[in-house]
Design a protein around this ligand. Structure first.
Ligand SMILES: [Zn+2]
Length: 316
């Protein structure tokens, strides 16, 4: 057994530890919403599809806008009440994606995607879970303009947390899609794979959507078997992470691998193989001789791998 490595202080997992009080009881109260929006200090995150609009700053940018300022930026979409922070309201303000794109040429603003903001640390880390919340709900609005039951146009209510169908009276709520992400381990080795979409040097945990009627543990075993041909036994839940691309919840698990012979599903993965603790440590600490890496701390895969390296999880 290799000695427990010293990996330094644990970094923060992206989009988690939200400081907000969602104050869901206020959502149906239109008068309260109007009052909160007019309060001094109330602010909105401005999001146009995949684009986040920020006021340029150094070293960090400012993603919060006063309401009037947000409205002056271009054609607006829906608004969603995110909750209260220190008694002051935060909102997500939807901008037409084309209006957000048009702001890219304005030197007062920085317009970029949320992944870049998180990985490069372009705003205070406290903003990330709030931007993630706003982005996921605003994306849902963009995709649910019509009732899936009868086809009539739906209308937003409850401060952006519901859409009603005036034709058939069906209520529609924002959805979250669960994804199982897992690190299969056996003795002193773990299984990592490469998607063709990854940077050429990156290896990560396997992952896949949980299907209707499927338990998390069964999804972990199915995905590992389908993508890498590995059979897993015991599955242990580790941690979860909102993943607003567009609206997933990553459910991180460790799994005890019962077999060793890998059969890669080339339709899903470019490659998959076993890695030793020593090699994974060098990847995590960015000192692998061939430059191989694991995902950055913003992603739950980083934390799943690190917890195994630090012996937080053992199956023997
Ligand atoms: Zn309907």
């Amino acid at each position: 057994m290799s000695p427990r490595p010293d990996l330094g202080p644990k970094p923060r997992l992206g989009y988690t530890q939200s400081p907000i009080d969602r104050a869901a009881e206020l959502r149906p109260d239109d008068a309260a919403m109007a009052r909160l929006a007019a309060q001094p200090g109330a602010g909105a995150y401005v999001i146009g599809g995949d684009w986040i609009v920020m006021k340029k700053g150094a070293p960090l940018n400012e993603p919060l806008f006063a309401f009037d300022e947000a409205r002056s930026l271009g054609a607006a979409g829906e608004t969603v009440f995110l909750g209260l922070l220190g008694g002051v309201a935060r909102f997500g303000h939807g901008l037409a994606p084309a209006a957000a794109e048009a702001l890219k040429s304005n030197e007062r603003y920085l317009v970029t995607d949320l992944r870049s903001i998180a990985v490069q640390g372009l705003v205070e880390a406290e903003h990330l879970p709030l931007i993630a919340e706003a982005k996921a709900v605003l994306h849902w609005h963009l995709r649910h303009r019509f009732c899936p039951n009868c086809g009539a146009p739906t209308r937003p209510v409850s401060a952006g947390w519901k859409r009603d169908c005036p034709q058939c009276d069906t209520e529609h709520f924002p959805r979250t899609d669960p994804v199982a992400i897992m690190l299969a381990v056996t003795g002193e080795q773990c299984l990592l794979g490469r998607s063709p979409r990854f940077l050429p040097t990156m290896w990560s945990c396997l992952a896949g959507f949980i299907e209707p009627g499927e338990a998390i543990e069964d999804a972990v075993r199915r995905e590992t078997r389908e993508e890498a041909g590995i059979t897993c036994g015991r599955v242990v839940y580790f941690q979860s992470q909102p993943w607003p691309f567009p609206s997933s919840l990553m459910i991180g698990c460790h799994a005890a691998a019962l077999t060793r012979d890998i059969v890669v599903d080339r339709a899903e993965l470019e490659d998959a193989r076993w890695f030793s603790k020593g090699e994974v440590e060098s990847m995590l600490m960015r000192r692998h001789p061939q430059g191989l890496t694991t995902p950055p701390p913003v992603a739950i895969a980083h934390h799943l791998i690190r917890a195994w390296l630090e012996d937080e999880i053992r199956f023997d």
